[in-house]
Design a binder for this molecule. Sequence first.
Ligand SMILES: NC(=O)c1ccc[n+]([C@@H]2O[C@H](COP(=O)([O-])OP(=O)(O)OC[C@H]3O[C@@H](n4cnc5c(N)ncnc54)[C@H](O)[C@@H]3O)[C@@H](O)[C@H]2O)c1
Length: 433
Amino acid sequence: MLSSAPASAVHTLPSYLQADKLGPWGVYLQQIDRVTPYLGHLARWVETLKRPKRALIVDVPIELDNGTIAHFEGYRVQHNTSRGPGKGGVRFHQDVTLSEVMALAAWMSIKNAAVNVPYGGAKGGIRVDPRQLSRSELERLTRRYTSEIGIIIGPTKDIPAPDVNTNGQIMAWMMDTYSMNVGATATGVVTGKPVDLGGSLGRVEATGRGVFTVGVEAAKRIGLPIEGARVAVQGLGNVGGTAGKLFAQAGARVVAVQDHTGTIGNDQGLDMSALLAHVQAHGGVDGFAGADRMAPQEFWGVACEILIPAALESQITRLNAGQIKARLVIEGANGPTTPEADDILHDKDVLVLPDVIANAGGVTVSYFEWVQDFSSFFWSEDEINARLVRIMQEAFAGIWQVAAEHGVSLRTATFIVACQRILRAREMRGLYP
Ligand SMILES: NC(=O)c1ccc[n+]([C@@H]2O[C@H](COP(=O)([O-])OP(=O)(O)OC[C@H]3O[C@@H](n4cnc5c(N)ncnc54)[C@H](O)[C@@H]3O)[C@@H](O)[C@H]2O)c1
């Protein structure tokens, strides 16, 4: 029987979600509620952002090397495709949940619209600790997962990429599996591939370069010189390592670094080339000769002007936000600041550059990779870096202006810009049928 109640009353949440256990998806829904008053007539369409367009749950069975059969939970969520095909990474992690993949897919919709690349948002994942698998088990897992989600991905439908614990090799297996299934080489089905296989120059450093680019723009606007600025970085991997190196090259001093192996500092500034070589050789910062060891909890209170969380989610919380001395926090990681900590930093007048713009450099160069794959014509690294910097600077300038106009945080401003772009596309396309 059809209900006569208004849609908003009957459908406050899709039925597969429990209001008391929303997890990361709940955080995303709060962010959408916060931005709705700024959407004007487009608010009529906002419900479309509160529901993923499509969520696929797949069983991924593989035979382990010891002859037993193991089953893993796999997901692919397409949150929104109003502006173009789905785009977003694949995460292999033991804690992956549907709520997390839904939220990450939704944040990809926001990120892609914020930098104005012609994509919707998607994300995928397998609930697995890949360190427990051999290389051939990992390959079988990746190939079976790719086959299972093959019914919804494709170069013009949804394009996966690397995320936590996935890399160029995994993208190569995904590309090969998809290509075998459709009977033709389809390099454009994934990005983040090795350069020899249709990958793009500059992709590895792209996220860190984007972090650096928007960081410099924000610093200019608050009168903070990069030359001599003290920088603290959590996570010295792909994102934090590149961002730290670029800040040091621009004359800043990286005075503290924390990773999963330890916390180190040097008031004179760490030698970033030597430190990155040490991390490459030893797997982490611990044991680096040119620095003093610090207690992990000291990291957040380090005297610095710029703080870059570039490791994990929920690192800046109500418990440590009060200690932060930086004037600028640049979110290299996805979701490093909890909503409570965000409010504390705002009250302390700390400027937070949110993940949805700060780490969008990676997907921007993924977009370049996809374009290059379609045309089979590859660009130089200088060309790629120049285009990346221009896109990031233009996106940041627009967001800064919206924040000033409405007197809102950069996070809310990024959501305003992105949601308006998505919902304008939705409105113009209209509803099918
Ligand atoms: N790589 C990209 O292109 C990209 C793009 C957008 C967002 N991100 C986000 O950036 C973050 C980092 O990604 P990455 O690609 O640099 O990963 P990575 O695996 O290369 O590096 C992760 C870093 O985090 C550190 N780390 C792990 N656990 C830690 C802990 N408990 N305490 C302190 N440090 C810890 C590791 O030691 C390592 O230095 C993730 O949130 C990811 O989703 C990455």
